[in-house]
Design a protein around this ligand. Structure first.
Ligand SMILES: *[C@@H]1O[C@H](CO)[C@@H](O)[C@H](O)[C@H]1NC(C)=O
Ligand SMILES: *[C@@H]1O[C@H](CO)[C@@H](O)[C@H](O)[C@H]1NC(C)=O
Ligand SMILES: *[C@@H]1O[C@H](CO)[C@@H](O)[C@H](O)[C@H]1NC(C)=O
Ligand SMILES: *[C@@H]1O[C@H](CO)[C@@H](O)[C@H](O)[C@H]1NC(C)=O
Length: 417
């Protein structure tokens, strides 16, 4: 019900922009199947087009999901100099509504995966269940309600665990590494906190963990969706039940065309008409507008409504805790009325947090609260007072302010071990 209202609202927003290409829509409605996921260029295609080699791998999770992840094994720039012999592995995990495509929006000179490959790292780009590369399951299809019964809890607990296991095991002749570096943005960091606090054995697999704009505490968020809906949906009730266990916005080309057509007209619309609104947050002056266009064409990547509900619960309860299924089911699952908090104090790996003073999704106050609960943590404030949530991906200055210093930290670690 509510989800339909939101869908209708989005379509109205788009329609009011009066830019819908009627003939295109007619064409799509005639042959819907043909336009869903067909002719879609994957992350691998995009990376190959930009002149880097890319491998595709399939990871099976313990609970049956099948995820496609990508790997950049080397770089043309690195091969010109002297390639590193025993390449350290780096694993990157994308934000909410994102996919492995998110990381490469800024092109070869300004995106983290390419810069890492240039500096001799073996780069892996993860994907979580429900997104474009995570829509397969051993026994379920995306049309089954059971497929969508997950939040970022399962993404951390199962997907990340299986992906990290796979990446470690998948050795090649010049790469024998028993641990790796982890880099996450936003929800990618949320999932990593779930994994590292509940399955502490995974801490041994990680050398350095970099968290960009970690979404763990959200008390002071100014994200429109969270602010508007948390008091209604941020706990178990009839309304939130209506909203749960389904795909938030079905990923299809038609929907993307609608959003994209509306959004490209006028940048002012973009903040309203895309779930990628956080990419547009803050001043547009420092954003890479070419990358932003690519972002709108290729995103959103597909999420379960439970992911949003779980974030709303975090905001509403002011606690970083497991999914609230209501007191009855909570008792069965957790043996207590309220969901248990994630034991963040169990996390003991070298952790670097990167944050911006202008981040309205994850407020610096909430970042400092997180930092205070973790033992081994270093805080890096981006030296731009306007730095916002999406700038970690889409800013024209992200290479200088974040990626270069971040890779320096990895290099220093590698040089000393
Ligand atoms: C902006 O993005 C485009 C498209 O990916 C890329 O070619 C360009 O180098 C980027 N520029 C900056 C400054 O990030
Ligand atoms: C899913 O498939 C596996 C193997 O094909 C089977 O062992 C398992 O029982 C199935 N699970 C369900 C819930 O159907
Ligand atoms: C590593 O990746 C290759 C290529 O996809 C695959 O054939 C192989 O089975 C993988 N190895 C392991 C141990 O998963
Ligand atoms: C931050 O944004 C404001 C308003 O857009 C602008 O006036 C100011 O110059 C910006 N500051 C920096 C350091 O870019």
């Amino acid at each position: 019900m509510l989800i339909n209202l939101i869908r209708v609202y989005l379509v109205c927003v788009v329609a009011r922009a009066e830019v819908i290409r009627i003939s295109k829509i007619w064409e799509y409605l005639q042959k819907p199947g043909e336009h869903l996921h067909v002719n879609r260029r994957t992350t691998a295609h995009r990376i190959l087009d930009l002149g880097y080699p890319c491998e595709e791998h399939e990871v099976h999770t313990e609970d049956g999901y099948i995820l496609t992840i990508f790997r950049i094994t080397n770089s043309p720039i690195e091969l010109e100099s002297s390639p590193r012999a025993n390449k350290p592995k780096v694993f990157l995990q994308h934000p909410l509504f994102g996919t492995s495509d998110t990381w490469i929006l800024n092109g070869p000179q300004h995106s983290l995966p390419f810069l890492l490959a240039d500096r001799g790292y073996d780069v892996w780009l993860g994907n979580s269940r429900g997104n474009l590369y995570g829509r397969k399951h051993r026994n379920l299809t995306i049309h089954d309600t059971d497929f969508w019964r997950f939040s970022w809890h399962e993404i951390g607990y199962y997907d990340m665990a299986s992906m990290l296991d796979y990446v470690i095991k998948n050795e090649t002749i010049n790469s024998k590494q028993r641990s790796l570096h982890f880099i996450g943005h936003s929800q990618g960091t949320t999932a990593s906190m779930v994994l590292l606090s509940l399955r502490t054995e995974y801490q041994q697999l990680l050398r350095i963990v970099h968290l960009m704009a970690p979404a763990v505490y959200l008390d002071n968020t100014e994200d429109r969706l969270l602010q508007a809906l948390s008091s209604y949906l941020g706990y178990h009730n009839l309304l939130s039940q209506q909203f749960s266990h389904q795909e938030f916005i079905p990923h299809n080309e038609l929907f993307n065309i609608l959003l994209y057509t509306a959004c490209q007209q006028d940048l002012i619309w973009q903040g309203f008409c895309s779930p990628m609104a956080f990419m547009m947050e803050g001043s547009l002056r420092n954003k890479n507008l070419t990358a932003l266009q690519i972002c709108l064409e290729t995103h959103p990547g597909g999420v379960s409504t439970n992911q949003l509900l779980h974030f709303m619960q975090v905001k509403h309860s002011s606690k970083f805790r497991q999914f609230d299924f209501g007191s009855h089911e909570n008792r069965l699952r957790y043996n207590q009325r309220h969901p248990p908090e994630y034991p963040l104090e169990m996390i003991d790996v070298p952790l670097h947090i990167w944050y911006g003073e202008g981040d309205r999704t994850v407020n610096p106050i909430d970042i400092r609260r997180l930092a205070a609960t973790i033992s081994d943590v270093q805080l890096h404030r981006v030296p731009d007072r306007n730095w916002s949530h999406g700038d970690f991906i889409i800013s024209r200055n992200v290479r200088e302010y974040v990626y270069e210093p971040l890779i320096d930290i990895l290099d220093e670690y590698e040089a000393n071990t």
